[in-house]
Design a binder for this molecule. Sequence first.
Ligand SMILES: [Fe+2]
Length: 515
Amino acid sequence: MIFKVKKTLQLFVILSSVILSNAVEVTEEELKSFSYGTSQFRLAVVGDTGAVSEATEVLRLSSYDALLHLGDFDYEHHADAFFDKTLPSDRSFKFMGVLGNHDYLSENSESISRRFRDNIYNTMRKSGLECKFSDSKFMWSCHYHNMRVIGLTPGIKGVDDRSKQLRFLKDELSKATEDWKICAWHYYDKYYHTGRYQNDGNLVSGDGESFYDYCKEHGAIIFSAHDHVYARTRVMSKFSSHEIDQYDGGKDSKIIQIRKGATINILNGAGGYEMYEEKGEQKDYRHWAKKYALGRDKENQKKFGGLFCTFNYGGNKKKAYCEFLRINSSEKRFDYFTIYQNENPGSVSYSDIDKSFLDEKKKEYLKSKGIVEQPLTTNTTDTNASPSSLSDNPIMDDINIMPDNSAINKEGVVNDSNKPESKSKSSKTGIAIGVSACAVAALAVGGLIVLKMKKNKHSIDETELVMKLPDEEYDYRNQMPINENRSVVDDDFIPLPMPSYHNNYHTKSKHNKNQ
Ligand SMILES: [Fe+2]
């Protein structure tokens, strides 16, 4: 009899605990306002801006915490113009920049070239970034939040030679421990432009080892410019022979999964000076995921733009959200996509990455409220079930069943009923208490059902907690939507037909001198 009473009391305590923990409802708003994870930050990436008024407008398209400029700061040999007039006077953001061909010896005198280089160097230093510069100042490696950005100048006339640049890249990237890695340069290799200059070869890598592939091996995102278009590749597993990764999501995919061994290149030279038309075999490469260029009838001629990416999106250090925004268009956003860092895309889906982050966040939120979630350990539970199969069951996910010999006190601390004092208390319990406990337990069961129904009605589903991407322009610095020009993907620019396979896809093009 004593054993039965003891069991009954345990049941009572268990049910009470369940009710206690379920009485707290977690709303989407509560979870959203709960700060958890890695600080997100917004990086703007522009290229080929020149120092014109359109470039100023591009830099005003969104707020950002850091700006990466991919070169060609001015086309009129004015080394100070971009830094004095175009760059926003609000310099609260960090600045990074690499020299373009128009910023150095192929287009300028030695003194003007040096001034361009020093303006980049000084602006970076003044912005307070933690960077290492080569003695020549043509190469740098910066740490920002949980990101490593490496800026190089391969192919630019008068700078460190290519082998020295590759060595710098290898030194810096091989020891980088940051979650996010970026490689940035002005020029491109032969498969990664859209055909304005038909004879361009590997302006970055030359005939040697591919800079692109080295960055790819480390899972770094690659930014380049020089071609005055916006074009992003599909996820590539090899750049030198333009092989698309088996886990790539396809043309125009909005989900990009990168890892060590697979990444994307974004050609981003539509920053304000002049738009180029796509031409030749390059425009038809099947590895383009999305392209934006000057149309045949001069469409987009003045619709310059830049890429704006929020890293650690919603606190998740494996997630980034990017959008290509443009000026002079009623449809401001041309492209958008989410990047996931997924080292095992064959067994882990990107939604698993969202789900596990959300589970961690929810757990931390409950902990902050003094509620301890308990492990699912009952005799009826399949102990071989995977965590995901358990959480797929909404009932099991919602009800936390206590371990056999434990209970939760009001502070949420587990008490062990096998402790001497617990045994002593339960042994003194009489039949009357047992009967009362049964009655209370029955009430508790009823209460649980009512609460469960209420919970189903008002609390949120796990799937709803996955961080939603903004469906409208968002001011990331001020954390509020921008009401003007609600954006959708633009179909104004109609690219030329893209065949599934181009006959001349492997045609070699001759290496060309700097443009
Ligand atoms: Fe340019």
